[in-house]
Ligand binder design. Structure first.
Ligand code: GDP
Ligand code: ADP
Length: 310
């Protein structure tokens, strides 16, 4: 029996360190096995696992070897796995968290193609959320301009239009009385007061019509809204947009120059809380390059597998 570790400053005896290390290794192995079992049982999409690995290269998902990851995907056996790795130019020794950017994108495309081939494509309601200034508006606008098949939902808001904003395109600009009426008449799928200021809400009818007509719909809304949509429509797919780094998020917020210094500070505090909620989402996309992030979001609309919930 070894002694319990009481004085934290005293170096632990080597056997304690060794035992702790081997216990940690066993726990990590079990956690990886649980992820693989969840993929194999269709409880989690392989893409969700890949996204987590990207966001946290040293986490459970990031430590998965690409070989064991692919083998856990239903209907991929050793031969298909080897062929895929060769085609994707990924070494079998790689872990998911250690993939290069291009390798990761190739693996993503491969998985998406498999999933969309595996059954009838379903029209998707996709929610894009993320912290202030991460680029939600920029990525959504890129999608509206480059992917006409996707309907970008237009929200109603009580905030005043900014120069250049067009009623019915950027938002439906309404007054408080009209917003109250929309709530009372059940016209909004969800609504929230954002940044302690104005109210924003998602009109229900255009979304239902678009989904019925076979189009995918993208909602660019805040975290509260994302949670409400999930409660109202559990089949919705939730995507969290991440900045490449915290410093870059701060740079984007300051660079945009639309908020006062005090307001910027307040939004950064909210951003920390919002970033902490990223695990609630089905997928995470890092917005390094706008076109690439937009493509990843649109690609995620093609996947049929039901998103897994934490
Ligand atoms: N819940 C909810 N949030 C929305 C809706 N429309 C926009 N938002 C969010 O409201 C916030 C403020 O949007 P906006 O006034 O355009 O400012 P900016 O995005 O900070 O430039 C953003 O976080 C949007 O995602 C909506 O219909 N519902
Ligand atoms: N991938 C990117 N690289 C560099 N700058 C970006 C990128 N995406 C967005 N931006 C810039 O970051 C700022 C915030 O983007 P915006 O779309 O307004 O964020 P949000 O809608 O999430 O608040 C804008 O100035 C925008 O031009």
């Amino acid at each position: 029996m070894s002694e319990p570790r009481t004085a934290s400053l005293r170096p632990a005896p080597p056997e304690v360190d060794r035992r702790a290390a081997s216990q940690a290794a066993v726990a990590a192995r079990r956690a990886r096995a649980a992820v693989k079992a969840a993929i194999a049982a269709h409880e989690v999409s392989p893409l969700t696992v890949l996204d987590k690995a990207t966001a946290e290269p040293e986490g459970v998902e990031g430590r998965l070897r690409v070989t064991e990851f692919l083998l856990s995907v239903p209907a991929i056996g050793t031969t298909k796995m080897k062929d895929a790795l060769e085609r994707l130019a990924i070494s079998p020794a790689k872990r998911l968290g250690g993939l290069g950017r291009h390798q990761r994108l190739r693996l993503r495309e491969f998985l998406i193609e498999r999933e969309s081939r595996s059954g009838r494509q379903k029209n998707q309601l996709v929610v894009l959320a993320g912290p202030t200034a991460v680029g939600k508006g920029t990525v959504s606008t890129y999608i509206r301009e480059n992917y006409p098949d996707v309907l970008l939902s237009v929200s109603a808001t009580t905030r005043a239009p900014r120069p250049g904003e067009v009623d019915g395109v950027n938002y439906y600009f309404v007054d408080d009385a009209e917003f109250d009426r929309m709530i009372a008449d059940g016209e909004l799928l969800e609504w929230a007061t954002v940044h302690n200021a104005s109210r924003y809400g998602t009109p229900r009818t255009p979304i239902e019509r678009a989904l019925e007509a076979g189009r995918s719909v993208l909602l660019e809304i805040d975290l509260q809204g994302a949670r409400s949509v999930r409660a109202a429509m559990p089949e919705a797919r939730l995507i969290f947009l991440l900045p490449p780094t915290w410093e870059e998020l701060v740079r984007r917020l300051i660079g945009r120059g639309t908020e006062s210094a005090a307001e910027q500070q307040r939004r950064l505090e909210t951003a920390k809380i919002e970033l902490a909620a990223q695990d609630e989402f089905d997928h995470r996309v890092v917005n390094t390059d706008v076109a690439e992030a937009a493509r990843e979001v649109v690609d995620l609309m093609k996947i049929r597998t039901a998103p897994s919930r934490p």
